[in-house]
Design a protein around this ligand. Sequence first.
Ligand code: IPE
Ligand code: IPE
Ligand code: MG
Length: 249
Amino acid sequence: MIFKSSTTAVPEAPSVPRHIAIIMDGNGRWATKRLLPRVAGHVKGVDAVRKIVEACVERGVEYLTLFAFSSENWRRPADEVSYLMGLFVSALEREVSKMHANNIRLKVVGDLSRFDAKLQDMIANAERRTAGNSRLTVSVCANYGGRWDIMQATSKMIAANPGVADYTEDMLAPHLAMAYAPEPDLFIRTGGEERISNFLLWQLAYSELYFTDAFWPDFSPASLDTAIASYQSRERRFGRTGEQVAKKT
Ligand code: IPE
Ligand code: IPE
Ligand code: MG
């Protein structure tokens, strides 16, 4: 299925966001505030993921995309990086069966070549096992960067179109890592920072942005409802005037 692009056509503006993308930030500060090691915040963060996945299923969200590890997060202390990798493995071991039982499809998006072979295998197996599920698609962005995504898509586009002089957005979009999903309707960042941190640079062109000071481990289904309510209070114009939106032209 080809989804309408927000820059080349006017997409739908569904009242329940069809696709929510979240930068789950603030785990470390959540822990530090409690005099705990930073990694305790990451452990709590996994619980928050579980609750938000469930809440999205209940609310009829079709795509949930979670930024779990950025291409820049390798800059962190080695012990934090290896703890995060371990947490990823144990979360996959524990959660994939439950997701499958709940008709949830799992995708892991990013440059996976940098992960060790065991983790790459687990990811491939989890994706294969849940590929036919249709209730909610959960995409976990791991070693993901928006610039990496645009560059890898550009290389593929050029390889797929030899001799073409003028490339268009519509030629690039199918090669982006998340071409299987519509562009996010709602972007949420927890943890108080108001920046994109190299997340979905291309795909966020017309997403509604929502920032909250809540640290990710404290982000609850009620917090999600507050974000959705904010989204619902906005007029998505996609370049048009308010009058045109009202007349649906
Ligand atoms: C987000 O929380 C999780 C990852 C980046 C893996 P942080 O670890 O960035 O938490 P803060 O921002 O330091 O509080
Ligand atoms: C963004 O959070 C990446 C993830 C949540 C995985 P960071 O904590 O890494 O972002 P910066 O460094 O504050 O911009
Ligand atoms: Mg952070």
